[in-house]
Design a protein around this ligand. Sequence first.
Ligand code: SIN
Ligand code: CO
Length: 385
Amino acid sequence: MLSGHLSPEEFLTRYWQKKPLLLHQALPAFVDPISPEELAGLACEEEAEARLVWQRENTWELKTGPFAENDFTSLPEQGWTLLVQAVDHWFPAVKKLLAEVAFIPRWRINDIMVSYATKNAGVGPHFDYYDVFIIQGQGSRRWKIGQHCDSGSELDSKHSGLKILKHFETNAEWELYPGDVLYIPPGVAHYGISRDDSLSYSIGFRAPSLSEILSHYTDELCLTLTEDQRFSDPDLIPVQNDGEISAAAIGKLSALLRPLLADEQALALWFGRYMSEPKVPQLLEAPEFELDGQSLQQALEQGMRLEKNPASRFAWQNVAQELYCFADGRSFSLPHASEPLKTLLMQLNAWNDTLELEDLSTEPDCLNLLAELYNQGSLIETETT
Ligand code: SIN
Ligand code: CO
């Protein structure tokens, strides 16, 4: 999507996490991979995260899904937006858009949110904590780009459930047509207004907060610690003031904690597991019958076909010269990974959900990993039509 505009290096150096960029006709001849009707259908699914936003007498109103058909039929002709998160989990054609940002690590991606806005609709001036590429589909939207904001920026409390900014300084105004792409870095205020009925696709990124990182990592660390590991002071000397907590005691405490946080190997494995946790876990279901490597081989010989669960998250990492595969919150160590296993790992980490297993289906290493992934619902049987 950058081609004809700038190189990935230029984009990352000059714009990524820094300033907004309009990529005019970044995806020429763009064809919508989903229709408004299909989006509305998805918004009625139990597992989908959907919102309807509309404006009434200068306040923004919000209703969260799942919706029923009459939620749509009772809406006014114009001025409302339907937003659905993680549409890539349901529509492979939407997921395909992720290939456009393959120069950014996949674990940074949250999901593709699709919004359908009727004429004059918008979700109000706001900012997000994440980078986003907004791809314009059918119709057109006028985007206002505002000031840099942070957690201290004043919000207008009268709009319940929506984080509408109290102040908005328009620094730029861009009109997007099908195939145009707008990049907005975290914290930059923005405000889109649909000029007619329009669809847009937001590739949203994620970056865990330090508070999230610390609380989750330490939760996991605690599971590895025993009761024997505790504060100890065999070198204690008599104190002058028994009410005082000495600097020496704090020094000891800090020395006990530091190696825990400095263990990069443990951190790496935790991070792989954490970042591969599924966004919509309800979409992962264990199969009725579990398989092991051998029974999977037989099943494959008998024509069973596997593909990735579109809701699964995969990643891989080289930790201390050992390959690890991460899938939906679990790590699998692949010691002395063979070439076929590496091929499988690359397939698992490609953006598309299909797998080419013909050459791998006699490799015990591959079969064992495939069976594990199948048993936890990360791989599913391809439906034959
Ligand atoms: C929208 O697509 O209407 C809202 C997307 C955003 O501002 O993040
Ligand atoms: Co936004």
